[in-house]
Design a protein around this ligand. Structure first.
Ligand code: KIV
Length: 274
C-alpha cells in the first residue's frame, strides 16, 4: 500500500490517536492544553504540547458565560477551524457542547461528524462514562475517535447544583472509566477526583487518563491555558499551577502604552516613517 496520507493511517499532524494510546504503553506522560484561536494554538503547538483541546470552557473563558452550557455546536466548529490553522503537530480534540450528544446516538454521530468534517479535528470529547457508553460505542463504530470525561462534569451543573466539587464515589468513577474504555474511547479526562481513585483508574484501564485536579498518577494532564498562564485573575483552585502571571504583565504593558500615547512618547522617531 502507498504511503499516501490517506492510506498510511498518519495524520498530517505529528500526534495521532494511536500515538496517544502508545504514549501510555511507553510510559510517556501526555501534556494537553486548551486553545480557542489560531495564535494561541500556534504558540502551544510550537512549544510541543501533545494535544490541543478546543474545550467547551470557551463558553466561560472566551464568551464570558458563567457555565459551559450556552456555547453552541456552530460556535465550537468556528473556533476549532481557526485553532486547526495554528497546529502542525498536536492532536486536535474538540469538545461536544451541551445537548450535541445527549439526545441520541444518531444525533451525536451527525454532530460529531460535522466536527470532523468541517474542522481538522482528529477526535471529539464528551462528558460521561456509563451514561454515554452507547453513544461512545456508536461514534467509535463509525470511526470517530472519542475521549470521554468523567468525574466533575461541568455540563451537569444544573442537576448537580454546583461546579468545582470533588467527586468521591469510587465505584461509580471506576465503572464510568471502564464503560468508556469498553465502548471504545481512546482516552479519558478525569476531572476533580481524589488522587487515590485517579491512580486506581489509571492502573485498571489501558487507555490514557488525562487529569485535571486528579493528581500526578494520571497518564497526562490538561489545564485551561488562560488559567495556566495566570490570565484569569480570580481563579485559584488548589489543582492549578500558574506558570506565568500574564494578567499582570499585560496590564502593565497596556498601562505603559496608554501613558506613552498620552505623553507623546509613542510613537517615537524610530516608529515613524520618513
Ligand atoms: O472544556 C474544557 O476546557 C475541558 C477541560 C478543562 C478538560 O473540558
Amino acid at each position: 500500500m502507498s504511503d499516501s496520507p490517506v492510506y498510511s493511517g498518519r495524520s498530517k499532524r505529528g500526534m495521532t490517536v494511536p500515538g496517544f494510546i502508545k504514549a501510555k504503553k511507553d510510559g510517556r506522560k501526555l501534556s494537553v492544553l486548551t486553545a480557542y484561536d489560531y495564535l494561541w494554538a500556534e504558540i502551544l503547538d510550537e512549544a510541543g504540547v501533545d494535544a490541543i483541546l478546543v474545550g467547551d470552557s470557551l463558553s466561560m473563558v472566551v464568551q464570558g458565560n458563567s457555565t459551559t452550557l450556552p456555547v453552541t455546536l456552530d460556535e465550537m466548529i468556528y473556533h476549532a477551524k481557526i485553532v486547526a490553522r495554528g497546529i502542525k503537530k498536536a492532536l486536535l480534540i474538540v469538545d461536544m457542547p451541551f445537548l450535541s450528544f445527549q439526545v441520541s446516538p444518531e444525533n451525536a454521530i451527525a454532530n460529531a461528524g460535522r466536527i470532523l468534517k468541517e474542522t481538522e479535528a482528529a477526535a471529539v470529547k464528551l462528558e460521561g462514562g456509563v451514561s454515554q457508553a452507547k453513544t461512545i460505542q456508536a461514534l467509535t463504530s463509525v470511526e470517530i475517535p472519542v475521549m470521554a470525561h468523567v468525574g466533575m462534569r461541568p455540563q451537569s451543573v444544573r442537576s448537580l447544583g454546583s461546579m468545582g466539587r470533588i467527586q468521591r464515589d469510587e465505584k461509580q468513577l471506576l465503572e464510568d472509566a471502564k464503560a468508556a474504555e469498553d465502548a471504545g474511547a481512546f482516552g479519558i479526562v478525569l476531572e476533580l477526583i481524589p488522587r487515590s481513585i485517579a491512580k486506581k483508574i489509571t492502573e485498571s484501564i489501558s487507555i490514557p487518563t488525562i487529569g485535571i485536579g486528579a493528581g500526578p498518577d494520571c497518564d497526562g494532564q490538561v489545564l485551561v491555558t488562560q488559567d495556566m498562564l495566570g490570565l484569569n485573575g480570580d481563579f485559584h483552585p488548589k489543582f492549578l499551577k500558574k506558570y506565568a502571571q500574564l494578567r499582570e504583565t499585560v496590564t502593565k504593558a497596556t498601562q505603559s502604552y496608554i501613558s506613552e500615547v498620552q505623553n507623546g512618547v509613542f510613537p517615537a522617531e524610530e516608529n515613524s516613517h520618513d
